[in-house]
Design a protein around this ligand. Structure first.
Ligand code: 5GP
Length: 145
């Protein structure tokens, strides 16, 4: 997959948005949907995606979607911080396979980090326990302001 190409409505995040694939939901509003990454790079790794979008990456996104999306990313990142008390919060986003992108519906990663705890592998670590993800999602959701 390159930077260019057509949006595939069968991508996994589109299926999650349509309720055709499972996920552990954290938060949603009119504009954004947040859920736990199932192959987390740290405890509390959360993804935020635009709900009304066929952008494969950030470069393609309509400007009017970017504003509400970034507000959603900040809102969820603040909740992750409040819930999990990390030492730092990494926010990342990849455009094109060469940059590390593996799912082609625009998304932002919110990855809490703790001093001395190495970052897990991107999109390639072990699958998280669903009950643990549900507990983390509930903690984060409770801190959405
Ligand atoms: P990308 O590599 O495109 O930046 O990020 C895709 C992310 O989606 C990875 O962090 C990967 O762990 C996550 N992911 C892949 N498949 C699924 C899935 O079916 N459910 C969830 N919740 N996350 C997924």
């Amino acid at each position: 997959m390159s930077l260019d190409g057509a949006y595939d409505p069968a991508n996994i995040f589109a299926k999650i948005l349509r309720g055709e694939a499972p996920c552990v939901r954290v938060f949603e509003d009119e504009h954004v949907f947040a859920f736990m990454d199932v192959f987390p790079q740290s405890k509390g790794h959360t993804l935020v995606i635009p709900k009304h979008s066929t952008a494969r990456n950030f470069l393609e996104e309509e400007p009017q979607v970017v504003g509400p999306l970034m507000l959603g990313v900040q809102r969820v990142a603040r909740a992750v911080r409040a819930a999990l008390k990390p030492d730092g919060v990494m926010i990342s986003q990849f455009n094109g396979a060469a940059s590390g992108q593996t799912v082609y519906h625009l998304h932002f990663h919110i990855i809490p980090r703790w001093d001395g705890v190495p970052l897990g592998r991107h999109a390639g670590g072990g699958m998280a326990d669903k009950e643990e993800l549900k507990a983390l999602a509930a903690e984060i959701a409770a801190k959405i302001a």
